[in-house]
Design a protein around this ligand. Structure first.
Ligand code: C2E
Ligand code: CA
Ligand code: CA
Length: 635
């Protein structure tokens, strides 16, 4: 039963009960009023009759004579009885002889004869009214008995009741209508309130999108309908630099941006199972998809929608999203597991500056494979599983190699060659990055010295992870390594990322200055992906800037990337810094960079990273290698 019906029936039930109670009490009141009236009349009649009898007795003091006056002016239901001192009935004759009446009188006797005056009693559904009076100056008493008041009084009561019933029905009818109107008004109000509460429990207050709880329950329900042809795509998106917008332009602008974005998302993704704001600048989407290609389409569309500028007050704000996605059933079969995995993918996408990522079991730091990797990584050095590969750096004017970047590889006994992208991050987490970096430093410097001894004066670049830049012992460790091998410091370049410096700029600056003072070359790696301000760059003691490969690889397809590459080159040159471009995969990019005036090049087009012995062959055979003159000197 719905609320409205319940209200209506309870309302009517209450009215009925009230009416029945009202009817009962008013009947009782009416009845007693009639009885009281009857009793008064009985008293009057009796006293009048007693007076009459007194008078007649004075004339003829004979009982038979008196009997004749007994039923004078009486009617059918009335009865006058004369009693003697001992309460024996002595008249009228009809009563004395009527055994039935005598029986009744006998029954009532105790009640009636006790005291003078009026009274009444109920017997067998009848009301008896009587009055007892002494007949003055005679030895008799007079009893008046009205045996049944029903005949006269009940019609009055019935009439009263009929009127009350009619009034009751009218009241009931009106009350029903009133309750009908009231119940529908109340139930409407309740409905509205319920809907509001439901909304509050399932919606995000600011944007009107679903909240986290609703996302979870909806995805869990939707997952029941998944099979091999119908997959569920769960996307998490986080806005880049949203904190910056909030901090610099204020929370109001931040809120307006979130609202505008939510409206766009609602409009463009009506096919979504659910769109949710999980809090802050984090959004989630769920879609049914048939294949992974559709997943990519959805991700592309979301990114492009977020990418369009937002007009807020007088500002035009640009923002970008980072996306992590997980697909059911492959990556999980509960909302929780999908959200967690999409979150891992998003985190990794952010780390690599890639915009989006789809969950990859192998990269998941919580997966069993990963946990095994972590354990194995602790023993990577003692088990001698690290290798160092070298990728040539080519001078763009001469077209010849000037140095190599040392890139480490993990030879895992079961999983084969593991890329540094995977294990360097892990090593940072478990505190293995320092021993690994020191290993790379010793082996790299040792190798470099070997080449120098063989007459190949190459420089060597080594990557320093963020954690190490905070380590005050680092400069002395490096100095030891260089001294042990006898390699002049200027042949060593340390590659540091902007984010590494930004973790603790003051401390990093101190260490960088020490390294610089030692004569070591410093290179700012992956430039363009972080937030180093141009003015800050001026104070950094770096010799070269390495443009991140993501800009270089796309510079011929994407004019924005080309502009970024050009401005970085111009900026670096204006500050007398060398420029290295990495990620050159084609002769066209090489040519373009030559035109832009880039100094040094690194990329698969010239050479991939390779082991030392392979590099030695390459140095002799490749057009980018040492050149005939240098080779001749070697021999
Ligand atoms: P990175 O410092 O940016 O190194 C350059 C990466 O770009 C290398 O990947 C290299 O193989 C790759 N690369 C070079 N040319 C091209 C190209 O033309 N196309 C493409 N697609 N890629 C190219 P790798 O060796 O997988 O290393 C990845 C990252 O791992 C490195 O990025 C570096 O950040 C880190 N890493 C590698 N070795 C070490 C190390 O010994 N210590 C530390 N801390 N990090 C390391
Ligand atoms: Ca590097
Ligand atoms: Ca790089």
């Amino acid at each position: 039963m719905n609320v409205r019906k319940r209200l209506l029936t309870s309302h009517i039930a209450v009215i009925l009960i009230v009416m029945i109670l009202f009817g009962f009490f008013s009947f009782q009141i009416a009845k007693h009023a009639v009885i009281d009236k009857e009793m008064e009349i009985a008293e009057e009649i009796t006293s009048a009759k007693a007076d009459l009898l007194t008078r007649e007795y004075q004339k003829v003091p004979d009982i038979d004579y008196l009997s004749r006056f007994l039923n004078l002016y009486g009617n059918d239901s009335d009865l006058f009885i004369l009693l003697d001192d001992n309460n024996n009935i002595i008249a009228p004759k009809a009563v004395v002889d009527n055994s039935e009446i005598l029986m009744w009188l006998n029954y009532l006797k105790n009640n009636i004869y006790d005291s003078y005056g009026k009274n009444h009693t109920e017997l067998n559904d009848l009301t008896y009214i009587w009055a007892l009076y002494p007949v003055e100056n005679t030895p008799y008493k007079l009893v008046y008995l009205c045996a049944d008041i029903d005949k006269e009084t009940y019609p009055i009561i019935k009439q009263l009741m009929a009127r009350m019933l009619a009034t009751g029905i009218v009241i009931l009818w009106i009350a029903s209508w009133v309750s009908l109107v009231m119940s529908s008004a109340i139930s409407q109000q309740l409905n509205k309130q319920r809907q509001k509460l439901e909304r509050q429990a399932t919606q995000d207050f600011l944007t009107g999108l679903a909240n986290r709880e609703y996302l979870q329950s909806t995805v869990d329900k939707a997952l029941k309908g998944c099979d091999s042809n119908k997959k569920l795509l769960l996307i998490l998106m986080d806005l880049d630099h949203f904190k910056l917008i909030n901090d610099t332009l204020g929370h109001k602008v931040g809120d307006m941006l979130l609202k505008q974005l939510s409206d766009r998302l609602k409009k463009h993704f009506q096919d979504a199972i659910v769109i949710s704001r999980l809090g802050g600048d984090e959004f989630a989407f769920a879609f049914f998809i048939a294949n992974n290609y559709q997943a990519m389409q959805k991700i592309d569309k979301i990114l492009s929608i977020v990418d369009r500028p937002f007009a807020i007050d007088s500002f035009s704000l640009d923002t970008k999203g980072s996306i992590g996605a997980a697909i059911a059933p492959e990556h999980g079969n509960t909302a929780m597991s999908l959200i967690r995995r999409a979150d891992i993918a998003m985190y990794q996408a952010k780390e690599s500056g890639g915009g989006f990522g789809i969950y990859d079991h192998e990269k998941d730091p919580h997966s069993v494979a990963h946990l095994t990797l972590m354990t194995d990584l602790r023993h990577v050095i003692e088990n001698d599983q690290l290798d160092l590969f070298y990728q040539p750096k080519i001078d763009m004017k001469s077209g010849k190699i000037t140095g190599v970047e040392a890139l480490c590889r993990w030879r895992h006994p079961e999983q084969g060659m593991i890329r540094p992208d995977i294990f360097i991050g892990l090593a940072e987490q478990i505190g293995m990055i320092k021993p690994i970096t020191l290993w790379v430093l010793y082996v790299g410097i040792n190798q470099c010295k070997k080449w120098h001894r063989a007459g190949i004066p190459l420089g060597i670049s080594i990557n320093l992870s963020a954690n190490l830049l905070q380590d005050s012992q680092l400069p002395s460790r490096i100095a030891d390594a260089l001294r042990n091998e006898g390699l002049p410091a200027e042949y060593l370049t340390l590659e540091i990322t902007e984010t590494a410096i930004m973790k603790d700029p003051a401390r990093a600056m101190e260490i960088l200055k020490q390294l610089d003072a030692m004569g070591i070359q410093l290179s700012l790696d992956d430039f363009g992906t972080g937030y180093t301000s141009l003015s800050y760059l001026k104070h950094l003691p770096v010799n070269e800037i390495k443009i991140d490969k993501s800009f270089v690889m796309d510079m011929l397809r994407d004019s924005d990337d080309a502009t970024i590459v050009l401005s970085i080159i111009q900026l670096a040159h204006s500050m007398q810094r060398e420029i290295v471009a990495e990620g050159i995969e084609s002769s066209e990019i090489w040519d373009a960079l030559v035109t832009l005036g880039c100094d040094t090049a690194q990329g698969f087009y010239m050479a991939k990273p390779m082991p030392a012995d392979e590099l030695e062959r390459w140095l002799k055979e490749s057009q980018w290698g040492l050149g005939e003159e240098a080779i001749a000197k070697l021999a």
